[in-house]
Write a protein that binds this ligand. Structure first.
Ligand SMILES: Cc1ncc(COP(=O)(O)O)c(C=O)c1O
Length: 340
């Protein structure tokens, strides 16, 4: 099987398993796990922030960011295709008591200052919720792994602050964005007060995401993590995988982008599907299919290729560590047969 459902399907490599086995550990609920402490310090440094907090998942890290930046009864602005809106089971509403209000950012998924201004409320506390947080996403998953320029993110963040909001960046795949642009992670994180940075996607770890932000906000984030049941004990075995990934996997994300481009090129001209090559910025390729997405997916599975539905006629392919460049031609041929 060539599994292109997601970059989360990767399995820890031999080297990563060896690093996990050798990890120094302690009880992280007491703040005593040296490997977790090292991972948090390293991710904070890479993102140019004061502090980080190791979380079991990106979903929890995003939720912690929202809980830390809002109060019940307030609202969060998000793009209409945001992961937080579609795939996190309305946790912000259920647990945080906040509403998500969406806008159509189009293109790479980052709103313009004017788009945000158009959402400004009349400051009528007797009727309107306070708009306290803007949530950005980079790379943008449902828009096809697209990458917004740092200036676009900064511009949106500046307007959001002028409107009295804090800014959270769902950077589950921030490493892919930095690799695409050839810039340090911190140049993409500087727009945000908090960032979600995932280890279990293109970086190939079995578990883990970090909330990243200020030292002061980390104290509140830490309370929320415990309250949500995310306080882990000898989590150093997982943090060691993260440290290994920062050293060995972060620099190779460009290879996954090359695989996505190869897949896109090989699909060119295939019957029954459309791919917009200009939107393939990183490791995600979206296909618009004539047949229903579910049908294409089950036919492709019969041909040995696993894919995900992103809409009635939209199919997502994601490249990663555990598929090779050479397999992309084979995958494209199978997808072509399934879609045609
Ligand atoms: C953009 C984005 N944010 C957050 C998440 C959630 O991460 P997790 O699956 O670790 O909860 C994902 C997962 O794919 C994602 O793509």
């Amino acid at each position: 099987m060539i599994d292109l459902r997601s970059d989360t399907v990767t399995r820890p490599s031999e080297g990563m398993r060896a690093a996990m086995a050798a990890a120094e550990v302690g009880d992280d609920v007491y703040g005593e796990d040296p490997s977790v402490n090292r991972l948090e310090a390293e991710v904070a440094r890479l993102l140019g922030k004061e502090a980080a907090l190791f979380c079991p998942s990106g979903t929890m890290s995003n939720l912690i960011a929202i809980l830390t930046a809002t109060h019940p009864g307030e609202e969060v602005l998000v793009d209409k295709e945001a992961h937080v809106l579609h795939y996190e089971l309305a946790g912000a509403a259920v647990i945080g008591g906040v509403q998500l209000r969406n806008f159509d950012a189009r293109n790479a998924g980052c709103p313009t200052g004017d788009q945000l201004r158009a959402l400004e409320r009349l400051n009528d506390p007797g009727h309107e919720p306070r708009t306290s947080l803007l949530c950005l996403e980079q790379t943008h998953n449902r828009r096809g792994g697209t990458v917004a320029a740092p200036e676009e993110l900064r511009d949106a963040a500046r307007t959001a602050r002028e409107m009295g909001m804090l800014v959270h960046l769902d950077g589950a795949r921030l490493g892919n964005a930095a690799a695409r642009l050839g810039i340090p992670l911190r140049d993409l994180a500087d727009c945000a007060d908090s960032v979600n940075f995932s280890l279990s996607k293109g970086l190939g770890c079995p578990v883990g995401s970090l909330w990243v932000g200020s030292r002061e906000a980390r104290e509140r984030a830490h309370v929320w993590r415990k309250r949500l049941g995310g306080g882990m004990r000898q989590a150093g075995v997982l943090a060691a995988a993260g440290l290994y990934a920062l050293e060995h996997q972060l620099p190779r994300l460009v290879e996954d982008h090359e695989k996505a481009r190869r897949l896109t090129r090989a699909l060119h001209g295939a019957r029954g599907l459309q791919v917009d090559a200009d939107r393939v910025h990183t490791n995600i390729v979206l296909l618009e299919t004539e047949r229903p997405a579910d049908e294409v997916i089950s036919r492709a599975a019969g041909e040995g290729v696993l894919l995900t539905a992103f809409g009635q006629h939209t199919v997502r392919c994601v490249t990663h560590l555990d598929v090779s460049l050479a397999q992309m031609d084979e995958a494209a041929a199978a997808i072509g047969r399934a879609a045609g």
